[in-house]
Ligand binder design. Structure first.
Ligand code: GCV
Length: 705
C-alpha cells in the first residue's frame, strides 16, 4: 500500500467514525481471533468465567478477563459466581475460593509465592470432572491478576490452551518505573508529550488514563512507580503533594503498584525550615521521621524514596562531609518502621580528574556492608550513562553485601529519542546476562539483583511513548523485571503479536528488524566502543567535536580522545586502569588489545589508526565501514517496512514509515558528520562504500544547532 493510500484509508476511518488505531491500547488489544479453528477452540474452552473475591484487585481481574475475552472471542462470556458449577475459567486464591482450595495446587502455589500464579487445565475426560476447566490461581489477589493477564496473553499470541500447566513468579522483588517527571508537567528526557500526572487537577480528578497506566504495568508485573524526577523538588514532599500522591496511589493500588517519591536531600531546609540537612543532626533525623509518618498516614503502602545525591549538582550528605551510607541510612531509618525502602543511586561523578567511568565504584565499594537492610543501591547498567553500548558496571560484582537495583533507561535519551526505532531489549539482555566473574564463573548481573528500575518513556502522547515502537521498550523492561532471563526474541515476538497481529508474514521480518536495531544504532552513532558523542545538552544528533560543556567529563572529546596517533580511551594499566575494577577474567579480556571484544575496543584502549582489525581492515577503515553499515541497516529497515504495507492498520503503519524516513536521514547525518570529524585526526581518505562521500562539509554539520 502506498503512503497516499494509507493516508486515504486513515481519513476514511476517521470520516466514518471507525475507531482509529492510535496505539493507546498498547499491547492490551483484544481484537477477535481471526483464525476460525483457533477461535472455535477458544470458544469451546472458555464458556464462562468465575473470579472469586470482591476486592478491588479481584474486580480488576474480573473486568480484564471479561473485557479481554469479549474482544478475543467476539462474544460476551458469562460470569458465574461459583466456580464449581460449570465455569470454565476459574480464578481465585485458596482462601477466597473453595473450588481452588480443593484442587490440590499446593506444590505449584508454593512455588508461585506471594505474587506468582498457577494456570492449569484440570479435569476433562480423564479427570474427576467431566469437562475440563482452566484454573488461574494465586496466593493473593495480585497473583490472580497477574495470572489473568498471562492467560489473556496466551490467547492474544494464539497459544494452545487445552493442556496448560504453568507456574510463574517474579524473580525480582522490586520492579519499578522511574518517572523523571517534574511538578510543572515537563518530563526530563521525555519525548512523549507532558507528564502523565496532572498535578494541578489532582487529587480531585483521577483521570481514567491513570487506570490504563496501571493496567499496562500490571500486565507486565511492574509493582512500583516513582512519580517524580530524581532531580527532585522538595515541594513533592509537602502536605499538598502528599495528598495528590495519595490519590494516584489509590488508583494504582488494586493493580499491585506502590508509589514512591524521589526525595530531595535538602528538603528539611527548603520546606522544613531547618538550617541544615546534615544526616547526623538529630533535628534532621526527626524531621524525616515525622515526614515518613505523615506520608504513611496518607498512603499506608507507600513504597519509599529514590534519591539522587551529590550527583550533577544535587544536594547530599557529602555537603556535610558525611558518606552516602550516612545519608541513605538516615532516610532508611525513617522508613523502616513503615516497611519502606530507600533506592540510593550510584550515578555519581565529579569533575575531579579521575576517569568518570571509575568514580562510582571508588565511592561505593568502601561502603559495602554499611547500609541498613532497607537500602538498595541503584546502579545504571554501565559505568557512564545509558550509552548505546557500555560494558556492564563493575559495581554489580563488587557490592556483595548490598541489595542492588539495576537502572535501565527506557526513554531513549541517547538513542534518537522516540524518533529512531531502536529496540533496547538486546541491550538489557546483554547486561543482565553479563558474567561478573567475581566467583570465577558467575554470578551474572541478573543473579545479583533485588530489583530493576526503568526510566519511563511515557507521556501524554496518545500512543503513550511518542512512537508505537518505543512502547516495545516499556514492555520489554517490565517483562524482564519479572523474569530477567526472558530472551529478547521472545519478547519482541510477544509484543508484536499483542500490539499488531499474529500474521507471521508481518511478525517475522519486523522482529528481525527490531532485534538488530540496537546494533544498528551503535553502528551509526558510536561504533567499536566509542561513547557519549551526542550533541551537548539535548543529546540528539552527532556532536563528536563537543568540547565546551561546563565540565570536561561531559565533553565528547573527553570520551573519544582522538588524536593524530589514534582514537579511544586508554582504561588499561597504562591509562586510567578502570579495567582493574573488574574481576580477573574481565581484566584480562578488556585489558588486552588482542583479546578485547571489538564492541568495547575504544572504550578500553587508545588504538592506532592503522591497527589491524579482525576483518583485516585498518581501524580507520573499519570505523568508517561500521558507520556506513549502520546507515545501510536503516535503509534495510525502511525497505522491510515498505514491504509490509497493508498488513497492519494504516495509522500505525504510517507513523512508523515516517519515523523510519527520518531515521535514515539522521543515520546518514551521524555517519557523515562523524567520519568527517574523525578524518581530521586520521588524515586518511574515506574508503569508497555504499554510503558514498559525505553529503555536506564538516563545518555545516558543526553548525547545526
Ligand atoms: C535526571 C543523565 C541525564 C540527566 C539525568 C541524569 C541522571 O545525566 O542527562 O538528564 O538526570 O543522567 O540519571 O540523574
Amino acid at each position: 500500500m502506498s503512503a497516499r493510500l494509507a493516508l486515504a484509508l486513515g481519513l476514511l476511518l476517521w470520516a466514518t467514525g471507525a475507531r482509529a488505531e492510535d496505539g493507546y491500547e498498547l499491547w492490551l488489544r483484544y481484537p477477535q481471533v481471526s483464525d476460525a479453528a483457533r477461535l472455535a477452540q477458544y470458544r469451546a474452552a472458555v464458556t464462562s468465567i468465575s473470579v472469586a473475591g470482591d476486592s478491588p484487585t479481584a474486580r480488576a481481574a474480573r473486568d480484564e478477563l471479561t473485557r479481554g475475552l469479549r474482544g478475543l472471542l467476539g462474544t460476551d462470556v458469562p460470569v458465574v459466581r461459583d466456580g464449581t458449577r460449570g465455569a470454565l475459567v476459574i480464578a481465585g486464591t485458596p482462601s477466597n475460593s473453595p473450588a481452588i482450595a480443593a484442587l490440590g495446587l499446593r506444590a505449584g502455589l508454593s512455588r508461585a509465592g506471594a505474587e506468582g500464579y498457577v494456570i492449569r487445565t484440570i479435569g476433562g475426560p480423564k479427570g474427576p470432572q467431566t469437562r475440563s476447566a482452566i484454573v488461574i490461581a494465586g496466593n493473593s489477589d495480585i497473583g490472580v491478576l497477574y495470572g489473568t493477564f498471562a492467560f489473556l496473553r496466551l490467547l492474544q499470541t494464539r497459544q494452545p490452551i487445552d493442556a496448560l500447566d504453568i507456574v510463574e513468579w517474579p524473580r525480582l522483588r522490586h520492579r519499578i518505573l522511574d518517572h523523571w517527571d517534574n511538578l510543572d508537567g515537563t518530563v526530563e528526557r521525555g519525548y512523549a508529550g507532558s507528564s502523565l500526572w496532572n498535578w494541578d487537577a489532582l487529587p480531585g480528578v483521577k483521570a481514567p488514563r491513570y487506570t490504563d497506566y496501571a493496567r499496562a504495568n500490571a500486565s507486565l508485573g511492574i509493582n512500583g512507580t516513582v512519580l517524580n524526577n530524581v532531580n527532585a523538588k522538595a515541594a513533592s514532599l509537602t502536605p499538598e503533594y502528599i495528598r495528590k500522591t495519595a490519590a494516584l496511589a489509590e488508583v494504582f493500588r488494586p493493580y499491585g503498584i506502590r508509589v514512591y517519591l524521589s526525595a530531595r536531600f535538602s528538603a528539611p531546609i527548603e520546606i522544613g525550615g531547618l538550617k541544615t540537612a546534615d544526616p547526623l543532626a538529630p533535628e534532621v533525623r526527626a524531621w524525616w521521621a515525622r515526614k515518613a509518618d505523615e506520608i504513611y498516614a496518607a498512603i499506608p503502602d507507600f513504597g519509599g524514596f529514590l534519591v539522587k545525591a551529590n550527583s550533577e549538582g544535587q544536594p547530599g550528605p557529602q555537603d556535610y562531609k558525611r558518606t552516602h551510607a550516612d545519608g541513605a541510612n538516615m532516610l532508611a531509618e525513617a522508613l523502616a518502621a513503615h516497611g519502606g525502602i530507600v533506592m540510593w543511586r550510584a550515578f555519581v561523578y565529579a569533575d575531579q580528574g579521575e576517569d568518570r567511568a571509575k568514580q562510582a565504584y571508588g565511592e561505593f565499594t568502601p561502603l559495602d556492608g554499611t547500609f541498613r537492610p532497607n537500602v538498595l543501591l541503584q546502579i545504571k547498567n554501565g559505568p557512564i550513562d545509558f550509552q548505546p553500548r557500555e560494558p556492564f558496571s563493575p559495581l554489580f560484582g563488587a557490592m556483595p553485601q548490598t541489595p542492588l537495583v539495576l537502572e535501565l533507561q527506557i526513554t531513549k535519551e541517547y538513542l534518537g529519542f522516540a524518533t529512531h526505532l531502536v529496540y533496547v531489549a538486546p541491550l538489557y539482555e546483554e547486561v543482565l546476562a553479563a558474567d561478573t566473574h567475581v566467583r570465577g564463573t558467575g554470578p551474572t548481573v541478573r543473579e545479583v539483583l533485588r530489583g530493576a528500575a526503568g526510566v519511563a518513556n511515557t507521556g501524554t502522547s496518545r500512543n503513550w511513548c511518542g512512537a508505537v515502537f518505543a512502547c516495545a521498550n516499556w514492555h520489554a523492561f517490565g517483562r524482564l523485571a519479572w523474569n530477567p532471563s526472558l530472551p529478547s526474541s521472545a519478547l519482541a515476538d510477544e509484543w508484536l503479536r499483542m500490539t499488531f497481529t499474529n500474521d507471521p508474514a508481518f511478525v517475522e521480518p519486523v522482529k528481525a528488524m527490531m532485534l538488530t536495531s540496537r546494533q544498528t544504532a551503535v553502528d551509526y552513532m558510536t561504533p567499536l566502543g566509542l561513547t557519549h558523542l551526542m550533541a551537548r545538552g539535548h543529546h540528539y544528533g552527532p556532536g563528536p567535536w563537543v568540547n565546551d560543556a561546563g565540565r570536561a567529563d561531559q565533553n565528547s572529546v573527553y570520551f573519544h580522545r582522538a588524536d593524530a596517533a589514534g582514537i579511544g580511551f586508554d582504561r588499561t594499566a597504562t591509562g586510567s586502569n578502570a579495567v582493574a575494577q573488574y574481576a580477573g577474567p574481565w581484566r584480562e579480556t578488556f585489558g588486552r588489545l588482542d583479546r578485547v571484544p571489538e564492541d568495547y575496543l575504544l572504550w578500553f584502549h587508545h588504538v592506532p589508526w592503522d591497527h589491524r582489525m579482525a576483518s583485516g581492515r585498518t581501524l580507520w577503515n573499519e570505523l568508517t565501514s561500521r558507520y556506513c553499515r549502520g546507515v545501510e541497516a536503516v535503509r534495510g529497515m525502511r525497505a522491510t517496512w515498505s514491504s509490509l504495507a497493508g498488513k497492519i492498520d494504516p495509522e500505525r503503519y504510517e507513523e512508523t514509515r515516517a519515523f523510519l524516513g527520518t531515521q535514515e536521514q539522521e543515520a546518514r547525518w551521524w555517519r557523515d558528520a562523524s567520519v568527517l570529524y574523525f578524518q581530521t585526526f586520521s588524515k586518511q581518505p574515506i574508503a569508497p562504500d555504499a554510503c558514498g562521500p559525505p553529503e555536506r562539509t564538516l563545518e555545516y554539520y558543526r553548525s547545526i544547532k
